[in-house]
Design a protein around this ligand. Structure first.
Ligand code: ADP
Length: 491
């Protein structure tokens, strides 16, 4: 029976999962990836460690399932997006640390770019809002700080890639320097409608065309992993950025379907089909992972800090020993008693896009304790999601009937119930919340003929639990009004 290997390279870990023909996960392994914070607001990883963790988890998942590489029909790859890596074509050695998507080192550069009046053109061309989040300014930073890099890049000695490109290049031993439209649409260098690198944007950021990868379909032959890595040659047949892969893994293949992933950040995506969305509410227009060669789009709202707020309670405040403890503690509080926590640790993403906002805890009284603070942190994830959903609905003129949830923090029942309450809509949690890896497997399996259509994949999707809203409208709106006041204060 042919198996699909999904490689899911996230911000905190590299995972590898095996799927059978029924889309069932039969094994999963992961290895952590260290993050470094050399200065406030800077976030780096070592590209060699990313590759090592990804290869290690892939080998381990085959071993733990007792499978040989020869039983693999294809590899599907999904990755943390926007993170920028530049390496030497000849040696495969990175010339600088990977600049991670959360890194704020180019915030001033981006502010100057916005002040120069480039925002309208960039939005029209790329669907994006000027922000240090996207790859272009990070590539610029590397070119400006590595000796002789601009010349070497022009001469084709240096290559750029997001993490997908880097991993495919490593897997194929340098034979394939490629990316897919869902990743390329996050660089700020791609013409979103054309699906090609844009010469004017390359000139604006002064980035040589020669260092960029070729854009290939999300589902299709991208290269062949050489035999030395896993024990057999395997086609790499699917590539998508993590959020677009999760949209596919949630079987959201048609316009109007949406999901929200509760991980380090929160990412809500609404599929808009072949229609390129234009946001009037500061959301992003992006490429969905298309199942064929046609262009498919999504509108996206990105919140930078969601589950990361829970990590902060655990690692910096020591209020909890493990993320999962937050559920019972929050439920024990009954309410926050008017406490709001705005986790604007790295500014605010959509729909505010405020690089200078910082975190805030308001409404504290003598009765505020651990449960209230932990509850306020979880509630902040749900409030931020409501802001995204409202912006999406205002953009599309349509009301979402339900929201599909996934990601690590979607395991938290308190959070899911509060989300349903504060949104006033049901939240549907699927049986498999590892939708990112699943989506990558779908893209690869479709390309090699393990599956043949979206409708076949839609049948694999199953709800595990539906959280129905229980709060009265008055209570919901008064809680949300308090959140809006807190956000206004942190800006
Ligand atoms: P990523 O893919 O972004 O690395 P995951 O989807 O693995 O993230 O989710 C991990 C995040 O979810 C962490 O920030 C963690 O704090 C949070 N998290 C995990 N489990 C829970 C839980 N039960 N309750 C709340 N947050 C959780």
């Amino acid at each position: 029976m042919p198996l699909i290997l999904a490689l899911d390279e996230g911000t905190t870990s590299a995972r590898a999962a095996l799927y059978d023909e029924q889309g069932r996960r039969i094994a999963m392994e992961s290895e952590p990836i260290p993050c470094r914070y050399p200065r406030p607001g800077w976030v780096e990883q070592d590209a060699r460690e990313i590759w090592g963790a990804q290869l290690g988890s892939a080998r381990r998942v085959l071993a733990s399932a007792g499978e040989a590489a020869s039983s693999l029909a294809a590899i599907g790859l999904t990755n943390q997006r926007e993170t920028a890596i530049v390496w030497e074509r000849r040696t495969g050695e990175p010339v600088a640390p990977a600049i991670v998507w959360q890194c704020r080192r180019t915030a001033d550069y981006c502010a100057a770019l916005a002040a120069s009046g480039a925002a309208a053109k960039i939005a029209e061309r790329t669907g994006l809002v000027i922000d240090a989040y996207f790859s272009a300014s990070k590539i610029r930073w590397i070119l400006d700080h590595v000796p002789d890099a601009p010349r070497r890049a022009r001469d084709g000695e240096l290559l750029f890639g997001n993490v997908d490109t880097w991993l495919v290049w490593k897997l194929t031993d340098g034979a394939a320097h490629v990316t897919d439209p869902s990743n390329a649409s996050r660089t700020m260098l791609m013409d979103l409608s054309a699906g090609e690198w844009d010469e004017e944007l390359l000139a604006l950021f002064d980035i040589p065309r020669a260092m960029l990868p070729r854009i290939v379909p999300s589902s299709g032959a991208a290269g062949v992993a050489v035999g030395e890595h896993l024990g057999a040659e395997i086609p790499v047949a699917g590539i998508a950025g993590d959020q677009q892969a999760a949209l596919a893994g949630q079987a959201c293949f048609r316009p109007g379907l949406s999901k929200n992933t509760y991980g380090t950040g929160c990412f809500a995506l609404l599929h808009t089909g072949a229609r390129r969305p234009v946001s009037r509410n500061r959301l992003l227009a992006t490429r969905a992972a298309s199942l064929d060669a046609t262009a498919q789009y999504a509108v996206e709202g990105a919140v930078f800090i969601a589950g990361a707020a829970i990590q902060w309670l655990r690692d910096k405040l020591g209020l909890i020993a493990a993320a999962a403890e937050s559920e019972a503690l929050a439920a024990s509080a009954g309410s926050t008693g008017g406490v709001y926590f705005v986790p604007a640790f790295v500014g605010l993403g959509a729909p505010h896009w405020d690089q200078n906002a910082r975190g805030l805890l308001t409404g504290i009284t003598q009765s505020t304790g651990r449960p209230e603070i932990v509850r306020a942190a979880l509630e902040s994830i749900a409030y931020q999601t409501r802001e995204l959903v409202e912006a999406m609905e205002a953009d599309s003129g349509e009301r979402l009937t339900e929201l599909r949830a996934d990601g690590g923090a979607s395991a938290n029942n308190f959070l899911m119930q509060f989300q349903a309450d504060i949104l006033g809509r049901p939240i549907v949690r699927p049986a498999d919340i590892e939708t990112t890896a699943l989506g990558a497997a779908y893209l690869a399996g479709l390309a090699v003929g393990v599956w043949t259509s979206a409708s076949e994949l839609e049948q694999f999707w199953r709800a595990e639990r539906i959280f129905e809203p229980r709060l009265s409208e008055d209570r919901r709106e008064s809680l949300y009004a308090g959140w809006r006041r807190a956000v206004a204060r942190c800006r």
